[in-house]
Design a protein around this ligand. Sequence first.
Ligand code: TYM
Length: 331
Amino acid sequence: METVVSGIRSTGNLHLGNYYGAIQNFVKMQHEYNCYFFIADLHSLTTHPTPANLYNSVKQVLIEYLAAGIDPEKATIYIQSDVPEISELYLYLNMNAYLGELERSTSFKDKVRANPDNVNAGLLTYPVLMAADIIIHKATKVPVGKDQEQHLEMARTFGNRFNRLYNNDYFPEPYAFSYGSNLVKIPGLDGKGKMGKSEGEANAVYLADAPEVIRKKVMRAITDGGPTVENQEKPSEIQNLFNLMKVVSSQDTYDHFNGLYNSMQIRYGDLKKQLAEDMVIATAPIREKINDIANDADYLGRVSRLGAEKARESASKTIREVREIIGFRSF
Ligand code: TYM
């Protein structure tokens, strides 16, 4: 059975981008593959969270994984820092990761531009840690959104380089995966880029947002003066709303509003109201479970301990073999 690995950084609540780009696939894949889903708390250290923030964010992602339907009996759910073997593999892979290629990574360049005062080595070697996350379990499928595609390419590079260096084919190649033919990119509400935590609060709809909050955020989304000719091409902020509708609403609803747009009869207020209601409905099953799970500290403890144990079993086997391949042998 193929092995699947994916993770989400612990940087706050999960949003619709995380859900449709990643978690929805996690929930489906757990029935078909040997799955490892983790909380990337080491990755979140690049932005220096306080201990309290870190703890709360890790807990929140764990709660939301479970609320979204990831089943700890089916998939291995763990916290990255509970598996020190990942950090060890990261160290080995770093010896064959080069400054030039790391500096060329799009996400590194974006982060440097966004925050020039915090260009730390962890940020630079982020793709190496991500490669270690994936190949520590010898995964071949990695359910992620479109923004992670380049990271997967780098994971293949680092795994292959290790294989070449030691003249073997120890690590298989991991590929980004989505059930649809294309990797998903969920737009934000600001009409510009993707939905994301760092793109601003109002830009993202969180799985834990109350219905009133969702309605408010959607109603505030930017629109224009409306189409001036029939079948006009949609400007990006309008296209984004339609793209969101494609994900959360039915095809009939989408076709209805698309038809109104094309015949210049669209009222954006109606479109946004419908979009907000469909988001409220789409997130309800998750939102309703969040509180119950959050209040069950015993359960959270059990899930994370069981996950850490299972993940370490797999990771320590890899590390034992990697040490042997590298030449760390006992006398
Ligand atoms: P992160 O925490 O930024 O996002 C987690 C997952 O959500 C997806 N995603 C989106 N998908 C579609 N549209 C969006 N607007 C959107 N925003 C986020 C991401 O593609 C991702 O799948 N580096 C990773 C975490 C990570 C990881 C790994 C993933 C660390 N190690 C190993 C896979 C395998 C990250 O920062 O994702």
